[in-house]
Design a protein around this ligand. Structure first.
Ligand code: DGL
Length: 255
């Protein structure tokens, strides 16, 4: 059983969820975290729903066995396919899942927003609901990006692919980064667009939500500076740790 000094478990298909972990650490620097990247099975975004549910279940099992007090699904694709099921399977564990930041985009001054996400997220009923509930003055354009997360995971050059993806979208003044891998190529996205657009990232709301849940449950730790452990299902834990140290710098250049 967990207590207030137990770690927070965070998982993603690979390194993408590190963009969420960075926000979580910013919100709750006193907490311990265990980050699990399922690099053995990444990327998830074009795999079948059944496969993604299987991977998500395995990730949740692994983290719950490590005694986490809260599970953060730092993967939009896994949230869209598996969050409800995991909540039913772990009724005593607070579970917070990231979703594309469609709501803040729809409530901004933007008139037309491209919502970039993996194919499986875009096809999910949760995504359709998110778009329909938030559609109004702002037009929301789903843009499935089949190869993008895999390219980022492998550290490939995404510039040509981004130009290709965005060329058919027409005019837009906002972009939702609906996959946790995408904040790592924010500058390349802005360069491909070639003009000022507003960027929306669900990690900020997700980290705030996780903190609110833990606070409400009296589960926030008060024991000083936290530590982070990294686990990769391909055995290369050091790769994820190194990536985290690099990306934190690029996500928050001024800190
Ligand atoms: N980073 C994940 C997401 O937010 C998954 C990307 C992938 O593995 O395809 O959707």
């Amino acid at each position: 059983m967990y207590g207030k000094d137990s770690p927070i478990g965070v998982f993603d298909s690979g390194v993408g969820g590190l963009s969420v972990l960075a926000r979580l650490v910013l919100e709750m620097p006193q907490e311990d975290f265990i980050y699990l990247g399922d690099r053995k099975n990444a990327p998830y975004g074009s795999k079948s729903k059944e496969e993604i549910v299987g991977f998500s279940r395995e990730n949740a099992r692994c983290l719950s066995e490590l005694g986490v007090k809260c599970l953060v699904i730092a993967c939009n694709t896994a949230t869209a396919t598996s969050a409800e099921l995991l909540r039913a399977e772990y009724p005593d564990l607070p579970i917070v899942g990231i979703e594309p930041a469609v709501k803040p985009a729809a409530h901004s001054d933007c008139r037309r927003v491209a919502v970039l996400a993996t194919p499986r997220t875009v096809e999910s009923s949760r995504f359709a609901e998110l778009i329909s509930v938030n559609s109004g003055a702002c037009e929301l354009i789903p843009v499935p990006c089949p190869r993008l997360a895999g390219m980022i995971e492998r550290g490939e050059d995404v510039r040509d692919y981004l130009s290709e993806l965005l060329s058919g979208v027409g005019d837009f003044d906002g972009i939702v980064l609906g996959c946790t891998h995408y904040p790592f190529v924010k500058n390349e996205i802005l360069a491909a667009v070639g003009r000022e657009v507003e960027i929306f990232d669900g990690a900020i709301g997700t980290a705030a939500q996780a903190k609110r849940r833990l606070e409400a449950l009296g589960l926030l730790s008060d024991s000083g500076e936290g530590k982070i452990s990294f686990v990769s299902t391909d055995g290369d834990d050091a790769y994820i740790e190194k990536f985290f140290k690099e990306v934190t710098k690029c996500l928050f250049p001024k800190t």
